[in-house]
Design a protein around this ligand. Structure first.
Ligand code: AMP
Length: 415
């Protein structure tokens, strides 16, 4: 017996149905907002993440599944989606050839974090990126879209936390103030933070160990007039689209490329891993990766955690409409013909094994959650008929001509 790797898991039904439901809702919402799907590779050159996500970030410094392949190339399993989208945008010249710079992706990410409830080493993200629009209308649109998606899938009890990290100019002055504050406390910081405060002091505020306490007491960033205006406008627009947010100056987010608006969606129902979604503006990333000047904003939603929020809301309908049973040995072919006709008529239908006993097939029918069992035995075979037996509601078995069975079933199920 070979078990799965620690932190890697099988997603079984009915949880897998929840994943599909979340993905379907996302596709629908993305359609409403003019987003198109990008399917990007799982493996990229390691330097893509080092350069974009940042070499002082946890996900690159400590958690990346990186390796050297047979050809001596440094490769990494993607820990997040944005770098790949930005690479694809630049490499395929999407700024020129694309429709509107709005892209979404759905895919698995890999991070060698310590596994716990809601934290896995392979997990799914649904992400949205809007590239080429610097306006606060884009910020408000993307956050509104996210909230509408949460509402659509029925994930209640979520809070949107919002902050602005300002631009390079605002941060230059802040860096010095923060650095002085951190240096004064250096001996109390965790080992990795001590090593990186000189390279990237903001990172300490996002550290899983020191971050929460530091973020409370550290000096706060003062936005330049342009960034302050952008932030105020974003909040004004969010009010217009009826999105309520909590502004929290301690929210810094863990990645290097963020500028101006950053946000997170949290749910108290999730326990310690309470972030469902994170995102923000990254106005300089595309250019710094060798592309055109293309300010952008995006977010990534954790599907595993979304599914946890929906656990008590199983799919309304999780059995087939019909379960076909061959009640005699000779009825196998006719039963197979019937199930083919049912599916052709758009009715979900299943069967177990027409070569097993009636009792065994009935047991499978009960287990399937089907609304009706459709039986063909010796009598039905002779008469060219099918017997319909309700499984979920009380009612007697009755017979209809075989050719009429799909239509009759639709009528009974009000389809
Ligand atoms: P991040 O890029 O770290 O902000 O992640 C965005 C979202 O992905 C988070 O809010 C989580 O919902 C989800 N996520 C991140 N890391 C993990 C993980 N290790 N396991 C499960 N979900 C994760």
């Amino acid at each position: 017996m070979i078990n799965s790797l620690r932190g890697f898991r099988d997603i079984l039904p009915p949880e897998s149905d929840l994943f599909a439901r979340i993905e379907a809702a996302a596709r629908e919402v993305f359609g409403l907002y003019g987003y198109q799907e990008l399917r990007i590779p799982t493996l990229e050159k390691k330097e893509l993440f080092v350069k974009s996500t940042g070499d002082t970030t946890d996900i690159v410094e400590k958690e990346m599944y990186a390796f050297t392949d047979g050809g001596g190339r440094e490769i990494a399993n993607r820990p997040e989606g944005t770098p790949g989208v930005v690479r694809a945008y630049i490499e395929n010249n999407l700024g020129q050839t694309g429709r509107n710079g709005k892209y979404f992706y759905i895919g698995n990410m890999f991070r060698a974090e310590r596994p716990q409830a809601g934290r896995y080493r392979e997990f799914e993200q649904i992400g949205a990126e809007h590239i080429g629009n610097p306006s606060p209308f884009a910020d408000a649109e993307t956050i509104t879209m996210l909230v509408r998606l949460l509402e659509k899938v029925g994930a209640g009890g979520c809070t949107v936390v919002l902050n602005s990290l300002g631009c390079g100019e605002c941060r230059k002055a802040y860096r010095e103030v923060l650095l002085a504050f951190l240096r004064a406390r250096a001996e109390k910081l965790c080992e990795p933070c001590r090593g990186r405060i000189e390279r990237n002091p903001l990172r300490a505020l996002d550290c899983k160990i020191d971050g929460p306490a530091l973020a409370e007491t550290a000096p706060k960033l003062t936005l330049c007039p342009a960034c302050a205006e952008h932030f105020a406008k974003t909040q004004e627009l969010l009010k217009i689209s009826s999105v309520s947010c909590e502004v929290n100056p301690s929210l810094v987010r863990g990645l290097d490329y963020y500028t101006r608006t950053v946000f997170e969606v949290r749910s108290s129902a999730l326990g310690s891993q309470d972030a469902v979604c994170g995102g923000g503006r990254y106005d300089d990333l595309v250019k710094s990766m060798g592309g055109p000047a293309a300010p952008a904003i995006g977010w990534a939603l954790g599907v595993d955690r979304m599914a946890m929020l929906l656990k008590d809301k199983p799919a309304a309908d999780n059995g087939p409409k019909a379960f076909v049973i061959a009640a005699s040995k000779e009825a196998g072919n006719k039963s197979f013909e019937l199930i083919t006709a049912l599916r052709a008529a758009g009715l979900s239908a299943d069967f177990s094994n027409f070569e097993l006993s009636l009792k065994s097939q009935m047991r499978s029918a009960d287990k399937s959650g089907a609304a009706f069992a459709l039986l063909i035995g010796e009598d039905e075979l002779k008469a060219g008929a099918v017997a319909l037996k309700p499984l979920k509601e009380k009612g007697d078995q009755f017979t209809v001509p075989a050719a009429e069975a799909p239509a009759k079933l639709k009528e009974l199920l009000k389809l």
